[in-house]
Design a protein around this ligand. Structure first.
Ligand SMILES: [Zn+2]
Ligand SMILES: [Zn+2]
Length: 145
């Protein structure tokens, strides 16, 4: 399967398309993703924002610090997140892709927060915290934390 890759929400009010292959596919075990998804582990497919088209009329957003999560305002499906420290990137929820089996994660992020009963016996790299380097301690407005 090759690009374009498409996806959307449960009810169909939100649709998106990416014109290229993703640059990033990973699991995330952090508590913030867990709250946002309701699932014990999340997975994301990363693209550059200028390589995707998003029909966003039904989208709603929730901002938490530098991270903005979007979801369908009709059916509530989580769609994506962006991080102010990673300008130009968007990470779609793997489950919102139309062909989710195509997007095999290549690593685990935030395994320090992984639930103790969750066992995923693969040989993928595991990162205690983030798998994507952010400018160290820098807030989106450029001040230091
Ligand atoms: Zn929807
Ligand atoms: Zn996370």
């Amino acid at each position: 399967m090759t690009a374009p890759h498409t996806g959307g929400c449960r009810c169909g009010a939100v649709r998106f398309e990416a014109s290229v292959e993703p640059h990033h596919i990973s699991y995330c075990h952090c508590g913030d993703c867990r709250r946002a998804s309701g699932a014990p582990v999340s997975a994301f497919v990363g693209f550059m924002t200028d390589q995707i088209a998003l029909d966003g009329k039904a989208l709603k957003r929730f901002e938490n610090g530098p991270v903005t999560r979007t979801f369908c305002g009709v059916c509530g499906s989580p769609i994506a997140y962006t991080d102010g420290r990673l300008a130009g990137h968007i990470y779609f929820t793997l489950g919102s892709m139309d062909m989710p089996a195509y997007f095999k994660p290549t690593h685990h992020a935030h395994v320090r927060e992984q639930l103790p009963f969750l066992h995923m016996p693969d040989d993928l790299p595991r990162h205690l915290r983030t798998s994507v380097t952010r400018p160290d301690g820098q807030r989106p407005d450029g001040t230091q934390s």
